[in-house]
Ligand binder design. Structure first.
Ligand SMILES: C[S@@+](CC[C@H](N)C(=O)[O-])C[C@H]1O[C@@H](n2cnc3c(N)ncnc32)[C@H](O)[C@@H]1O
Length: 344
């Protein structure tokens, strides 16, 4: 089901944001991150909003566009993101880009342990100060998630907190400009992450979920996502819920990661994606042409025929499972060719 957080109630809210005036209209929620492990201290969403404004008004902390700093100023949406991730007390969560800590606070309220990576040193000091007394925010790294050694840091952290849980969840209001890179980095890590819940650009969400060959947005990333996960579009988020508002709306999506035993059976994962990427480099080209640097035209034509596809097919004419079949057929053909050469 696709739901949307409308702009109407928040339109005046956002225009007030521009003036850095606290909003009074938002609904209440509990805030527990700034206290110790207790969740009894209550405040409301204006508390989150006030903290965001305080942070942004202070020296050097104006939103930095190059870091995708569009802060979520509606704490109800943060709470919904936490619900979408089905956070239970004791869950381990990696948060990318905590910013002022508004989403971190909602995660802590739900009982999660949070490890966070934030690129902006100003935000690291701010969010560290905010949660300094909370033992469930164990580590805050000043680093770039795309360069951060995820496995090393997470295994150290899990050892420190002696967690019985083996799997971590990722929850993030992502900077829109690194969405695809983050998805490519995290989805193949099904042995480490159970699910990844992201607030990203609505258009990107539509592109990712479109795995129908006839769809305009059908491309290698849709195949990549389907290979490594089950994706679900959760709800739309109007752009006016952010400060400053980005030019486009957002959407919350959930990727439930597959374990490697659940991946489609392919001869080689690496070669499968080489084939898929090559197939789409010339979207209008026939596969026998775009795959020429990998296989001869006749090999591609034979393989297409044997999987029941016309030999003049272009990439958008193949479904996900046909790509899998094509790869396996071509790989088997190459083995046979090599056997023949070996016997000659
Ligand atoms: C869209 S803001 C979200 C902030 C906060 N979580 C919220 O919901 O309001 C994205 C955050 O990610 C941080 N960020 C940007 N690029 C990053 C990167 N490569 N690695 C880690 N954090 C990054 C930004 O500094 C910013 O704090």
């Amino acid at each position: 089901m696709i739901r949307s957080h409308g702009a109407i109630a928040l339109a005046s809210f956002a225009s007030k944001c521009d003036e850095l005036v606290p909003c009074r209209g938002a609904k209440c929620s509990i805030s527990c991150g700034a206290t110790s492990s207790s969740s009894s201290s209550s405040s409301n969403s204006s508390e989150n909003y006030r903290r965001t404004l305080e942070a942004l008004k202070s020296k050097n902390r104006r939103p930095k566009r190059w870091l995708g700093q569009n802060y979520m100023v509606n704490s109800n949406i943060n709470d919904e993101i936490v619900r979408a991730a089905e956070i239970q007390p004791g869950d381990l969560v990696l948060e990318i880009g905590p910013g002022t800590g508004a989403l971190t606070d909602s995660l802590l309220c739900a009982g999660a342990y949070v490890i966070a990576v934030e690129k902006d040193p100003d935000m690291v000091s701010l969010v560290s100060e905010r949660f300094k007394d909370n033992p469930r925010v164990k580590v805050l790294f000043q680093d770039d998630i795309l360069k951060w050694h995820i496995r090393l840091h997470l295994s150290n952290w899990m050892e420190t907190i002696k967690s019985p849980s083996k799997l971590v969840k990722v929850v993030s209001n992502l900077p829109f400009n690194i969405t695809t890179d983050v998805v490519k980095k995290l989805l193949p890590m099904g042995d480490l992450f159970s699910n990844v819940v992201l607030l990203l650009q609505d258009e990107a969400a539509a592109r990712f979920i479109d795995d129908s060959p006839k769809g305009d947005e059908y491309r290698p990333i849709s195949i990549f996502i389907r290979f490594f996960s089950e994706m679900e579009y959760k709800f739309k988020v109007d752009r006016l819920n952010f400060f400053p508002p980005p030019p486009v709306n957002g959407a919350v999506v959930s990727f439930s990661l597959k374990d490697s035993s659940q991946y489609p059976e392919v001869k080689s994962v690496k070669r499968f994606f080489t084939l898929v990427n090559s197939a789409f480099t010339g979207k209008r080209k026939m596969l026998r042409t775009s795959l020429r640097h990998l296989y001869s035209s006749s090999e591609v034509e034979n393989a297409l025929c044997s999987i029941g596809v016309v030999e003049t097919a272009r990439p958008h004419q193949l479904s996900f499972s046909q790509f899998v079949n094509l790869h396996n057929t071509l790989a088997a053909q190459s083995v046979t060719e090599m056997d023949k050469m070996g016997n000659a």
